[in-house]
Design a binder for this molecule. Sequence first.
Ligand code: NAD
Length: 272
Amino acid sequence: MATKKLKIGIVGCGAIGSTLAVLLQKKFAKNIKIVALCDIDMKRARLLAGKVKEADAVSLEKLIKASDLVVESASAKVSFEIAQKALYAGKEVLVMSVGGILGKEKRLFDLAEKKKTKIFFPSGAVCGLDGIRALSLSKIKKITLTTMKPPQGLKGASYLLKHNISLDGITGDKVVFQGSAMEAVRAFPQNINVVAVLSLAAKGQVMPRVKIVASRSLKRNVHIIEVDSDAAHLKINCENVPSPDNPRTSYLAILSALAVIAGILDPVKIGA
Ligand SMILES: NC(=O)c1ccc[n+]([C@@H]2O[C@H](COP(=O)([O-])OP(=O)(O)OC[C@H]3O[C@@H](n4cnc5c(N)ncnc54)[C@H](O)[C@@H]3O)[C@@H](O)[C@H]2O)c1
């Protein structure tokens, strides 16, 4: 008997959505079917639909109706609303723009429970969330994140424009931001989703502290995470290759979404 394929809809057909769609189709065609694509710029959705067989470019409402799993890879401005609509319709949802959820997550968790469905947050551009989740069952004292990116990985961030911080002509390293996780996701909604994922993994026990550095010498996006707890001291260093389509996004973030979907399909579970 043929197994039922997981029907996936992708909202946001940029660097993550487009590459994810192609990889999903290449690696998991036996188990999944991409049925719907949506983008605020419908040209992008139609362009991707041309590459993904069986997928239609449709409105958000139609996409949610057609899908078992809705992938949000659009923007922190709309991620909460997309997740809420998908959960409300009883669909599973995978959220990439985690910054848009931070502080309001409880409403989505309650809705997922009420509707007996699931919400997934991939590790994105960082590793070590298995350890942080395990430590969250005890006591976490402190989490710090230092993010270092080449200037083009931070270019256009509204915080830099608002505070007249220019990265043109910097020769070494320049600290552009220091603050709490909540302040960081508001200041850099397109650049610092990782700290929102760290906060969720720590179950809100502590508000991570964030430092963002622009570094001329870097070719990669670097995230250094330190976690202090009674059970362990973690130091996690991720040096990520930027996505060829969007220098703000690490290629690892796309692979992490792919790994979450692989985990849904796979009967074997590895790690915390
Ligand atoms: N969790 C993580 O670690 C992580 C890592 C990288 C990026 N992200 C986030 O994932 C999201 C996608 O990243 P990307 O690199 O693909 O960005 P991108 O800019 O390349 O693509 C985003 C796409 O979403 C579309 N879009 C924007 N608003 C929309 C809306 N209201 N409805 C439908 N489509 C909309 C855009 O037109 C674009 O095609 C961003 O919010 C980004 O901050 C998360």
